[in-house]
Ligand binder design. Structure first.
Ligand code: ZN
Length: 436
């Protein structure tokens, strides 16, 4: 009897394993899709649905690495409106989303399956709506030509992509899956397209701008700005979208030959100028935050605090509050740190950093339950931060939840670079929890 039960269990386990393999093979074998650009049938490894799911998982990583969402709703809504106006003329139907992020880098980028990000700084460099349209249309070109999906198919093995889709489906905590997502996120956020792909995105961008009723010279005028800015410093956009002179000439020729007289099309709007005025009014505050970040890096927290106070006096962005929360955490001013983190979270609940800081400050003040609550929330956004797992493990140990404590502490040790300072404590706690 006992033996039968064991055998049945084994069979069941084997069946489950077999089903999983079969499922993974099946979902990746051969997807037939209609190529939206040519209208022809094509065979792809990743289906559109899978591409969208992977893109969704990377959105919080992109937001966190770009210092959170720009908190002004008018600005976000405006970019969405303009973005959808162009997306509506593109042939590919995916989940288009548009975000403005706080980053001070001149950049714009897209993720697989539709999300498009544009930085506060690149908007400040624009002078009219057609320039914004040019940049968004170019990114929509990459998405329509499946450039991200092709990169994923070429770079990562099936097992890595299957793992990511497993997290997308059931939020698994298995650390092998966690590393897969981290790997793919990093690859996508530094993704550099080939010269041919850039040319394809340009020609699609010009076409989409034109079809949406805008002067496609907007893209050209942004190219000229990037070139000029490059001489004075770094333009992040150029590091992922190489811009040789031939590319500029191609766009010039294309507009002259295929879209003559397009400078009569829409160039600007009052709305664009209003949005730009909002961005200009918050600029100084962000400059103080940038300076403060340098002092934080050299651990001069009192000078950083000074600058962040000034930033917040001018404009209290989620980014400024987040860095002041971080400084207060380092100064062991936990109550102030929690207050600042809360302000940042209330402005932007998709920003990982303030949640992690709040979780640590709550842990240090022995508020285990509240700490675990916010850290779980943070983990649902980004699940590869070793420090997060360590504090979460400590929270659960103190709350008497042995299994969760062991899982989180051991994941922390698997993910760490070994330089976080809590590794020995995590090992000591694991020994106690496991009883040896
Ligand atoms: Zn590009």
């Amino acid at each position: 009897m006992q033996e039968d039960l064991e055998q049945m269990k084994m069979k069941k386990r084997f069946f489950k394993f077999y089903l999983l393999i079969l499922l993974s093979l099946f979902s990746f074998a051969c997807v037939t899709e209609i190529d939206p650009l040519s209208g022809k049938k094509t065979y792809t490894l990743l289906s559109t649905e899978q591409e969208i799911q992977i893109g969704h998982k990377v959105i919080p990583v992109a937001i966190n690495e770009n210092e959170g969402l720009y908190p002004e709703r008018d600005v976000q809504n405006y970019i969405k409106e303009v973005g959808y106006r162009i997306a509506n003329v593109t042939p590919r139907k995916v989940d288009y989303q548009f975000y403005v992020v706080n980053s001070s880098q001149v950049n714009a980028f897209a993720l697989p399956g539709g999300p498009i990000f544009i930085t506060r700084e690149i908007l400040l460099k624009m002078d009219k709506e057609s320039e914004l349209v040019g940049v968004l249309a170019h990114e929509l070109g990459h998405i329509n030509a499946r450039h991200h999906a092709k990169f994923l198919e070429k770079t990562y093995g099936m097992s890595v992509l299957v793992n990511i889709l497993r997290i997308a489906l059931q939020d698994s905590e298995y650390s092998g899956i966690v590393t897969s997502l981290a790997q793919v996120s990093a690859g996508l956020l530094q993704l550099k397209f080939s010269r041919d792909q850039e040319n394809e995105a340009d020609s699609l961008g010009v076409k989409f701008s034109y079809q949406a009723g805008y002067d496609p010279n907007g893209l050209l005028s942004m190219f000229q700005k990037f070139k000029a800015l490059e001489r004075g410093g770094t333009v992040e956009w150029l590091s992922t979208h190489p811009l040789p002179d031939t590319r500029i000439k191609n766009v010039q020729r294309m507009i002259a030959e295929q879209y003559p007289n397009s400078n009569r099309l829409r160039q600007d709007s009052d709305r664009f100028q209003k949005i730009k005025a909002i961005l200009i009014s918050t600029k100084e505050s962000y400059e103080y935050v940038e300076k403060a970040k340098k002092y934080i890096n050299s651990r001069n927290f009192s000078e950083a605090l000074n600058l962040l106070d000034k930033a917040i006096q001018i404009y209290g962005s989620n980014q400024a509050y987040t860095y002041r929360a971080l400084v207060n955490l380092n100064l062991k001013k936990y109550t102030e740190s929690i207050k600042d983190a809360d302000r940042a979270i209330s402005l932007d609940n998709s920003y990982f950093k303030p949640m992690l800081i709040k979780g640590i400050a709550l842990n240090r003040t022995h508020q285990w339950r509240d700490s675990a609550y916010i850290l779980e929330k943070a983990k649902s956004l980004i699940n590869d931060n070793a420090t997060l797992y360590y504090y979460l493990g400590v929270d659960y140990q103190e709350l008497g939840d042995r299994n969760r404590a062991i899982n989180n502490l051991s994941t922390a040790l698997k993910l760490t670079d070994g330089k976080q300072g809590w590794e020995a404590d995590a090992q000591r706690r694991l020994r106690i929890l496991r009883g040896y």
